[in-house]
Structures are given as C-alpha cells and as structure tokens.
Design a protein around this ligand. Sequence first.
Ligand code: RB5
Length: 148
Amino acid sequence: MKVAVASDHGGVNIRKEIISLLEELKIEYTDMGCECETSVDYPDYALPVAERVASGEFDRGILICGTGIGMSIAANKVKGIRCALVHDMFSAQATREHNDSNILAMGERVIGPGLAREIAKIWLTTEYLGGRHATRVGKIDKYENEHA
Ligand code: RB5
C-alpha cells in the first residue's frame, strides 16, 4: 500500500504522529507537506493528495487540518475520492468496511495525537466488506459519472 500524507499548519503535529505510525507499520508513504511555520491554505494540500489518490498513484491519503473539515470538503470534490472525516475508532473501522473510504481526514484541534494514531491504524488495516455496501458505493460512483 502507498499512502500520501499532508496537513496544513493546523495539523502538523498529528501529521508527524501519522508518519511515525506508517514507519512502524512499514507502509510506504510520501509526505506532501506542509513545511509551514506560518498559515497556509488547506485546499493547496488536500487537492494534490486527492488527485494523486484518484489517479491511482497512491492507494490511500491521510489529511489533517485544524478541524479536518476543510480538508475533507476539498478532497471530496475530486472524482473518485471518498474522504471520511473521523474522530473516533468505531467510525474508522466502519468507514473502511462500509464506504471503502480512500482518504482519512482528521482535525488536530479536535483530537490528540494518541487517538489520531489509533484511528489511523484501524483505518489503514481494515478491509472493505463489499457486498451490499458495494451497491451503495456504486450508486455514488454512478452519480459522479453522470454529473461530471
Ligand atoms: C486554519 O485556521 C483552519 O481553518 C484549517 O486548519 C481547517 O480547520 C479548516 O477546515
């Protein structure tokens, strides 16, 4: 699995935690910034990650900002992206099993690094269940294809 990781200035600490997790799990990753001491704009980080996941260059993406909301809104504008904003372990598992989410968004002003690490670990290691969920995800794909 290849994972792209990025944050804005509001998510730098959790991004570092996630990178340490990816190294521990021996998962290949690319750190796409930010190299920020000062304020940056979250779409400048969310959209390149989302495009590179949608193109197949990366299998998954992880995005962190202050709330996770801006990153998730931006990432979900890219066709083929199912970005889940997650702040609890139950949802981390459910969104992989049910939604086949391919990007995880989290907010550093919402949760701490320890919980973010646990959420990311579950999200990275949980398989999509398919079946009836594939019918539902397929309806989203169909809508996206018909309204491109
Ligand atoms: C930056 O101040 C903040 O707006 C950003 O990190 C994020 O929370 C946006 O949704």
